[in-house]
Ligand binder design. Structure first.
Ligand code: ATP
Ligand code: MG
Length: 461
């Protein structure tokens, strides 16, 4: 059997401070801290050598054995290949670290939209920094804005301050879009004498963090920039899932359930739910699958038409005639080519999408009026309710591990990296690899076909 190994060594190499600076490692020790009668020491992280992660340790990102190159499809770049392997760096505490904890000032910033679990990550970063013995931990308020808006003060953070912040959703530090030039942000980081910057955000935030990392290298600053990916859409490349996604699906399911009850209880009822998903339909797909009550799931990756033969409206007519009601779940980025775009951008430069939910609602109303067939449309947009939720149990665990690993990564001397769970392993990845493009639902994937099997919808083309 021939093995095909991607050139992982280079592609997933992690940028390290020692690549550009003359820095020497020191052995990892942990400050002894008393908390009541309990003494926290290294045992909270690792004491035995075997518990540390070596910089040469790798986790297998992906391994599939294909029966033939045909079943490997696009994955197969070698006609003889039947295996695909990709290896990435394991996350976790290192035996040697590149910062003396007592000299470290660490800062945390959250940018972009809200996502369940932000507070859980902030909390774990603070806890872990304290266990390393870091004395000064601050929060930068309201995203990158906090670096340049003189009216905003740093928020001092400690175990005491963040103890209960996970009990509510949102971001304890506040968040924002848009911002100053990277040069100004790095000027501010330098002036504040920050050594480690933890950045929680989506693709835009990661691009910003990578630019900050590069500018710090150019200025030869001994500053580590480590990200934790925050995207409720679950659209980050390579990762099994991002925090907040599970919670979002669970909450979205509730909205679908309400839409179903409304639709079923109304005469000729149509429940319409618009969910998040600017360019990736993962939330809509998983919520449709998990609820089992959706008849039509529309996502950005799969084109559809509303009017005419084999269109969504015709199918809705059929559903109402055959079973009395119908539920439609649409991702916000779906069917953008069908509607007029507002031609506007948000503060961060992201294109403002046209409202596909309202468009479909109006189309359904108009269509049924035209065909002289009554339909009662109930439209639900639960977006802000979902984003503001606190993390559920599985997301809270994910956030905990990601937050801890972000701190281990910074102490290990890496910068320009992000943390994630890939193929069930916790790993570090270079920021550049995860923002190269957006992860999307593959319309040819098993999962999308499972969703179609569940909804029973035809192709709307
Ligand atoms: P989400 O879209 O999931 O809510 P995001 O991180 O993509 O999160 P954005 O509003 O796009 O959210 O960006 C967050 C911050 O990152 C903003 O302050 C924005 O100015 C900054 N940013 C975005 N793109 C870049 C870039 N290419 N370079 C530097 N900074 C950027
Ligand atoms: Mg974004």
């Amino acid at each position: 059997k021939k093995h095909y190994q991607e050139e992982f060594e280079e592609k997933f190499d992690l940028p390290h401070l020692k690549d550009v600076l003359d820095v020497q490692p020191i052995p990892t020790t942990f400050a002894l801290k008393s908390r009541g009668s309990q003494v926290l020491d290294g045992t909270n992280l690792s004491t035995k050598r075997s518990d540390y992660v070596d910089n040469d340790d790798r986790a297998l990102l992906k391994v599939i054995k294909y029966s033939s190159p045909t079943s490997a499809g696009a994955e197969c770049i070698d006609p003889d290949c039947s295996w695909v392997e990709q290896w990435v760096h394991r996350a976790g505490p290192r035996k040697q670290i590149f910062f003396d904890p007592k000299d470290v000032k660490a800062a945390i910033v959250t940018c972009g939209g809200l996502c369940p679990g932000l507070n859980d990550v902030i909390r774990q970063i603070v806890f872990t920094l304290e266990i390393y013995g870091v004395g000064e931990i601050v929060g930068i308020p309201f995203g990158y804005r906090g670096f340049f808006d003189g009216s905003l003060q740093e928020i001092p953070l400690s175990r005491h301050v963040v103890q209960n912040i996970n009990l509510s959703g949102g971001s304890f530090l506040g968040t924002s879009r848009g911002g100053a030039s990277v040069g100004d942000i790095v000027d501010s980081i330098e002036a504040r004498e920050i050594d480690m910057l933890f950045v929680l955000g989506g693709n835009g935030t990661h691009a910003g963090a990578n630019a900050i990392h590069n500018e710090c290298r150019r200025r030869k600053l001994r500053i580590s920039v480590v990200c934790v990916p925050k995207t409720i859409d679950n659209d980050i490349l390579l990762m099994d899932k991002t925090f907040g996604f599970d919670t979002a699906v669970e909450e979205a399911q509730r909205a679908i359930n309400s839409a179903y009850i409304e639709a079923r209880s109304a005469y000729h009822g149509v429940g319409l739910v618009k969910l998040m998903g600017r360019s990736s339909g993962f939330i809509a797909m998983y919520a449709s699958l998990s609820s089992g009550q959706v008849d039509v799931c529309l996502i950005p990756e799969v084109p559809f038409k509303l009017d005419g033969p084999f269109g969504v409206l015709e199918h809705l007519e059929h559903l109402i005639k055959s079973k009395g009601s119908a539920v439609v779940c649409v991702a916000e980025g779906a069917g953008q080519e069908l509607i007029e775009k507002p031609d506007a951008k948000d503060a961060s430069g992201n294109v403002v999408l046209g409202d596909i939910g309202v468009h479909i609602q109006q189309k359904i109303k108009r269509h049924f009026k035209e065909v002289g067939f009554f339909a009662d449309v109930k439209y639900i947009d639960p977006t802000y309710m979902i984003r503001a939720c606190r993390a559920n149990a599985s997301d809270a665990i994910l956030c905990t591990v990601l937050g801890q690993n972000a701190v281990h990564g910074a102490f290990a001397g890496f910068s320009g990296i992000t943390v994630g769970i890939c193929n069930t392993h916790y790993v570090y990845l270079p920021i550049t690899e995860v923002i190269a493009s957006t992860r999307q639902v593959d319309p040819k994937s098993r999962m999308w076909h499972r969703c179609l099997t569940s909804t029973g919808q035809p192709d709307f083309m």
